[in-house]
Design a protein around this ligand. Structure first.
Ligand code: AMP
Length: 943
């Protein structure tokens, strides 16, 4: 073990040179706090022989000798050039190394991060030389630098201390020592220390920085003058965001990135739209003047708008997409991730080199919203990773919900949540644009090299309060007294450049005038904007536009090919041992393909996927236990009983087939569903499915349904073909997991915004899933899927149903009942149908017909009218549901049924048979459940 650790240490580049010193340094740390060193080192130090003195620790020379001996054995040893230093000097040397380590760990706590200078933070004691028993008298003594990257092996204490101060305590606060991987930590040390936290930028770069700041400030001033008092959530105070974004785009473009997707809340959004995306200022002015610019029924406010454009970078053209955003903060982050993953999948960009996500956050929301944690948690998982996200926090130091920072979080920084995935975090003073530029370069380089998330905490302020109509002095008097005196970032930087004589005041004024003139003329203000964008860089959505839900579609599939595909699915690789019950399911499927067994749900669903793949449609399925299916009906992923390896038959249908991606999700609904929404709104040719473990799990993702799935098309013109499978059914299992809360989805339905279906046969789910992709209409599809029906003896179909049928929005009576004798028609959806059917058959009733409504929205009034037409003698029409009266479809769908009923016969009055209104979705007592169920069936026959 020790040797392997040593080998690794030797092998890591950062050790070359100062290795013995490094070990000593570790040893010092170990003595100070054994938990501060990696476990392997702790074990190593613990096992060292003691020198027999009363002291429990080992002398440094023992450690060093031991280490050198070990290293010699590795034939790569660099003997320590300790020379003839006195032991007093040696002790101080150790202290110096400890101090270096302390700066790396805690230097950020002494950095000047707040542009307003109001933060009051005690400087950590261990950043002072005195803490280590060193004094001013030692300042000119030479010490080994021990791995400090300042380009020399030895330096005076003064130089070492100054280098540490500049690197770690200036306007950048770097947090990276929480990263476990020592190579990454060394990478940061090298990058930061070698330039002492401040690289020299050329006059050209400085001029560009100033130009970007002028643009950022210029737009806000212009809007403030032209539309005084209008809410715009201006960027004032955080102008450095614009050069920051510019650098991310340009630098990642140079790396070969082809697409960047950005998510951000409202603050600074208009500025980003105009100054980063190149939105025509004239279009923005139109929005300020309240003109309706898009043909959307709802539309959205200007600071929620998305945008797309292409810009030129050193690596070629880059497509930029700004995600549309609701007011619910942070929820757009997983949407961006999903959109990025879709683009990466489209480009077969497995490593995440071609598409980059950027998430821009507010400080309060970053600390407060749970979805931030969920999104971090998914960042390295197989199904959701995107090769690292660049997070930017526009840190105004105050949220809209509290007046004091200590009320808004319990962590030191608003960014501490990012440490859970060991993301490096750079706090940077927004009034130091060169420091901002430097950390941006680090962040991009780190993301490109390590493919992991990184956070830039842009510490700034909001000059005008929460928005332009706000009076911030009421709640933050001291902060706003300071802000009223604070010169803008551009003014400060312009002054710094003119003082340094790299710029003249004329240059500065020229930039201001040039920008203003461009706005006056309504011209684009992004110089790198590509006027004729390369359309290859993004998807053409035109084939999916302008279709009605009633458009005809053909979901039939050749029977022979279906059977061939089915047989192919039964094949498993040589030596692959399938578990006994799963083998039985496969065997049964084999019989179903041969027509020897009726088709069940699992088979039909699997064949929907197989046939779609055969026809060239990629499929992505994620969700909780989705591979198996919560109720064990799917088994789309097979697990080898010998070695635990996994095999997905649907990935192995034929050479060159489309992608079939299937991932069991981690235990999140909100972030995962938002991710899939982002994916589906970016990849229209795919069937994208999310499955909840039980339907009510989707409650945790309500914001995604409300603000994206149900309304995205009407607010933003963004189509989405996402399919959600929500297990639903009253099986006597109690208040949880019985109901998928059908009523919630129906209540969200209007303007044909989405589809809500409750299929009851295997053939129905088969055709429904096929319809979702084959029909060019892209509308979200909520499917209430069954539990007990998966194995119900009556819930079966035939091969011909799959080969020849189609999805029926309404299923008429299936038994040979004479329509003339029918005076009672029961309408229903879902599992209760089979209970009603069995009851009627048992009772031998011929006066009752049962009709299933399989699509509750858009409600198929025409199809129902057609079915009703056969029944001329109707006296009763009843809606029967298992759900309580205040739930299920009763309140949301009855007007459709009434309309059809009264059109059929004026005197026909729609009646209700179902559970009484109830606070909980279902009861917890099995006997009560059975009683209620029997009563509602009886009611359907008698009310
Ligand atoms: P993007 O790559 O997201 O910038 O999209 C490029 C263009 O495709 C947009 O400007 C839209 O015109 C169109 N588009 C993208 N996503 C959708 C969608 N979900 N629905 C309709 N059109 C879309």
């Amino acid at each position: 073990m020790q040797e392997s650790v040593m080998q690794r240490m030797w092998d890591s580049a950062h050790l070359s040179g100062g290795n013995a010193a490094y070990v000593e340094e570790l040893y010092e740390l170990y003595l100070h706090d054994p938990n501060a060193v990696p476990e392997e080192w702790r074990t190593y130090f613990q096992k060292l022989p003691t020198d027999g003195s009363a002291a429990t620790d080992v002398s440094h020379s023992t450690v060093r000798d031991h280490f050198v001996l070990l290293a010699k054995n590795q034939r790569r040893a660099q003997p320590v050039s300790a020379g003839s230093v006195s032991s007093e000097h040696e002790k101080k040397q150790v202290e110096v190394l400890r101090m270096i380590q302390a700066y790396r760990m805690r230097g950020h706590q002494a950095a000047r991060l707040d542009p307003l200078g109001l933060w009051q933070r005690p400087v950590p004691a261990d950043l002072s030389i005195n803490h280590y028993g060193l004094t001013d008298a030692d300042l000119d003594t030479t010490f080994r630098t021990g791995g400090l990257y300042i380009g020399k092996e030895e330096a005076s204490l003064r130089e070492i201390h100054q280098a540490l101060q500049h690197t770690y305590c200036h306007t950048i606060g770097a947090e990276f020592t929480h990263i476990v991987d020592s190579e990454q930590r060394s990478w940061f040390q090298q990058r930061l220390e070698s330039v002492r936290g401040r690289p020299q930028f050329s006059a050209e770069v400085q001029s560009h920085l100033l130009e970007r700041l002028t643009a950022a400030e210029g737009l806000e001033k212009y809007l403030g003058t032209k539309y005084p008092g209008t809410k715009r959530f201006g960027l004032e105070g955080g102008e450095s965001l614009i050069p920051l974004l510019d650098e991310v785009i340009q630098r990642s473009g140079a790396y070969g990135t082809k697409e960047i997707v950005i998510g951000m809340a409202h603050r600074g959004r208009l500025n980003v739209l105009v100054n980063t995306f190149g939105k025509n200022p004239r279009d923005l002015f139109d929005e300020f003047e309240g003109k309706k610019t898009e043909g959307l029924s709802s539309g959205d406010v200007k600071y929620h708008q998305g945008f797309s454009s292409n810009v030129m970078t050193a690596g070629g053209e880059v497509h930029l997409a700004l995600a549309f955003n609701p007011s619910h903060l942070e929820i757009v982050s997983p949407v961006v991730e999903g959109s990025v993953r879709a683009r990466q999948d489209r480009r077969s960009d497995v490593a995440g080199e071609k598409v980059l996500p950027i998430s821009i956050h507010g400080d309060a929301a970053f600390a407060g919203q749970g979805v931030v944690m969920e999104t971090f948690q998914m960042s390295q998982t197989r199904g959701y990773k995107t090769g690292g996200t660049i997070h930017i926090v526009i840190n105004n130091q105050v949220g809209f919900t509290t007046s004091r920072a200590e009320d808004s979080r319990s962590t030191e920084y608003c960014t501490d949540v990012a440490k859970m995935i060991q993301a490096p975090i750079f706090h940077v003073n927004g009034d130091d644009p060169e420091a901002v530029l430097f950390v941006t370069q680090l962040a991009v380089d780190y993301r490109m090299q390590y493919k992991r998330d990184v956070v830039i905490d842009l510490v700034c302020y909001r000059r005008r309060g929460h928005n332009e109509a706000d009076e911030p002095n009421g709640t933050q008097p001291l902060m706003y007294q300071q802000i009223s005196k604070q010169r803008t970032t551009r003014e400060l930087y312009a002054e710094a450049l003119t003082t340094a004589v790299s710029h003249s005041t004329d240059d500065v004024q020229f930039k201001i005038d040039e920008y203003r003139t461009a706005l006056d003329n309504g011209q684009h203000v992004v110089k790198s904007l590509v006027k004729e964008p390369n359309k290859e860089l993004f998807v053409d959505w035109r084939p999916y536009l302008g279709h009605a839900w009633t458009a005809r579609h053909d979901t039939r599939f050749d029977l022979k090919t279906l059977q061939d595909l089915s047989n192919k699915l039964m094949e498993v690789p040589e030596g692959f041992v399938v578990q006994r019950q799963v083998a039985k399911i496969l065997e049964d499927r084999h019989k179903m393909a041969a027509g020897a067994l009726p088709i069940n749900w699992g088979y039909a669903e699997t064949m929907a996927y197989a046939t779609l793949l055969f026809e060239g449609h990629p499929i992505r399925m994620t969700g909780q236990d989705i591979g198996r299916g919560t109720f064990s009906h799917r088994h789309a992923a097979l697990h080898n009983q010998k070695d635990g390896s996994t095999y997905l038959p649907l990935q192995n249908l034929y050479e060159g087939q489309p992608r079939f991606d299937l991932y069991d999700s981690f235990l999140s609904e909100e972030a995962v569903l938002a991710f899939e929404y982002g994916y589906a709104t970016t990849k229209p040719n795919s069937l994208v499915i999310w499955e909840a473990q039980f339907g009510d799990f989707a409650n945790g993702a309500q914001v995604v349904f409300d603000q994206f799935i149900s309304s995205g098309e009407h607010k933003w013109g963004r189509l989405c073909g996402l399919t959600m499978l929500l297990p639903h059914g009253y099986e006597g299992q109690g208040p949880e997991h019985s109901s998928a809360r059908l009523e919630r989805y129906l209540q969200l339905c209007a303007e044909h915004n989405m589809q809500v279906c409750v299929p009851t046969t295997p053939a129905q789910i088969y055709h429904l899933l096929r319809r979702q992709v084959i029909r060019p209409l892209r509308k979200p599809l909520v499917v209430l899927t069954p539990k007990s029906l998966l194995r119900h003896k009556l819930a079966i179909s035939t091969l011909e149903d799959l080969a020849e049928g189609s999805f029926q929005t309404v299923i008429p009576e299936v038994d040979a009942i004479d329509a003339k004798k029918v005076d009672r028609l029961i309408l229903c959806s879902g599992k209760v149908y089979y209970d009603l059917l069995e009851k009627r058959r048992n009772e031998g009733r011929e006066d009752i017909a049962i009709v299933r409504i399989e699509q509750l929205y858009p409600f198929p009034e025409d199809d129902l009218t057609e079915v009703l037409a056969t029944y001329k003698s109707l006296k009763h029409i009843v809606w029967c549901q298992e759900e309580p009266m205040n739930q299920g479809a009763w309140y949301c769908s009855q007007h459709h049924m009434r309309r059809v009923a009264t059109a059929h016969k004026k005197t026909l009055f729609l009646e209700y048979a179902g559970r009484e209104a109830s606070a909980a979705p279902a009861c917890g007592y099995a006997s009560l459940h059975a009683e209620q169920q029997a009563k509602l069936l009886q009611d359907a026959f008698t009310v």
